[in-house]
Design a protein around this ligand. Structure first.
Ligand code: ACO
Length: 329
């Protein structure tokens, strides 16, 4: 019988330190009013000094496992998407999370696709399950973006937050409970729109010719390209699956900027009940933003088994992607 991939559970972890826009007013030429008006962001959460990305990811993963009904020993593969790994190149954050969960002798690796991370994770999990390579896959989007932020750059540091989201993807024969379609893409010619010269433990590795070790972004250019790409990407996946926007229960776009979400939502005729918005609370948590938003509607009791969800993301690389799935939890 044909195997399909089912998103069985969703969970998130939010660090405890809530940072209001007004905190940035103390050290930067910015204001709560500017940040709210231009981005929709009101608060974000930052991890403590002691917490690394893997610590955030493991907390989300524990809850996702519990909600899936599986034990850590049932997991065949762990994949993590992050732009803020604990270590620069190795070991991967996925290996660290596997170890913390007690998962041994199972493959684990990271992917680097910035804010599109969760869509890329779904694409990989779907392919591995449909080809019968693995049965139960733990996917995690985890970010300590604060570790790569330049807190003197008002153009970037007010936009991002830390957090993690995790899901267990499992094999099913029920197509009506499965991930129907995932589309991923990239265009490296825009690589300089968003980049981090060095990763988390950057100061140890900084090169003399490295201008800054922190995340840098051409905000306005990214904004315009993001809106255009997200709209055409959603139109394409809906068309390919012969689905109209009215049939979608929840549209969960990447949470970077309320103006981007509104522009995309309006252009595609989604109602405010369909569009999930969490950017005001969490800021942009990169690869964690979509699973964190999905977990919000799950925990509020709105998301039900079988609901049709549309996901869409755009991020550094540049990368983008969309996914259409029935919630299987
Ligand atoms: N407070 C006050 N003023 C500010 C701030 C701030 N925090 N940040 C920028 N400004 C100023 C600029 O310096 C500029 O001033 P100037 O006109 O004197 O030069 C002015 O505001 C306008 O700047 P813009 O960059 O044109 O502002 P814009 O309306 O484009 O908003 C923003 C900036 C919020 C960054 C927006 O462009 C954006 O959201 N971009 C997209 C982000 C995104 O989608 N990223 C993709 C995913 S992220 C990932 O993959 C990791």
């Amino acid at each position: 019988m044909k195997k399909y991939a089912c998103l069985k559970s969703i969970a998130s972890y939010i660090p405890t330190r809530c940072v209001k826009n007004s905190e940035f007013e103390k050290s930067l030429d910015t204001s709560d009013e500017w940040i709210r008006k231009r981005t929709g962001i009101q608060t974000r959460y930052f991890a403590s000094k002691e917490q690394n990305t893997s610590d955030l990811g493991v907390e989300a993963a524990k809850v996702a496992l519990e909600r899936s009904g599986f034990q850590a020993s049932d997991i065949d593969l762990v994949i993590v998407a992050t732009l803020s790994p604990d270590y620069l190149n190795m070991p991967s954050t996925a290996c660290l999370i596997s170890a913390k969960l007690g998962i041994r002798n199972k493959p684990a690796f990271d992917i680097s696709t910035a804010c599109s991370g969760f869509i890329y994770l779904l694409s990989l999990a779907k392919a591995f399950i449909e080809s019968d390579a693995y049965k139960n896959i733990l996917i995690i989007g985890a970010e300590k973006v604060s570790s790569v932020l330049d807190f003197t750059d008002r153009g970037t540091c007010v936009l991002f937050g830390d957090g993690a989201g995790a899901a267990v993807i499992t094999s099913t024969t029920d197509k009506n409970n499965s991930i129907l379609d995932v589309h991923i893409s990239a265009d490296g010619s825009y690589h300089d729109f968003l980049f981090t010269p060095r990763a988390t433990r950057q100061s140890e590795f900084m090169q003399e010719n490295c201008i800054s070790q922190y995340l840098q972004m051409k905000g306005n250019e990214t904004f315009k390209l993001g809106v255009k790409t997200l709209i055409s990407d959603v139109e394409e996946i809906l068309q390919r699956n012969n689905i109209s926007s009215t049939q979608v229960d929840f549209f969960i776009p990447h949470q970077a900027n309320l103006r981007i979400i509104s522009a995309v939502g309006e252009q595609l005729n989604f109602t405010s009940e369909q569009v999930v918005i969490t950017v005001q609370k969490y800021g942009n948590t990169s690869a964690a933003s979509i699973p964190m938003a999905m977990n919000d509607i799950y925990e509020s009791g709105k998301l039900k088994n079988g609901d049709l969800i549309l996901l869409d993301a755009f991020g550094g690389g540049v990368t983008w992607g969309s996914a259409l799935l029935h919630f299987g939890g």
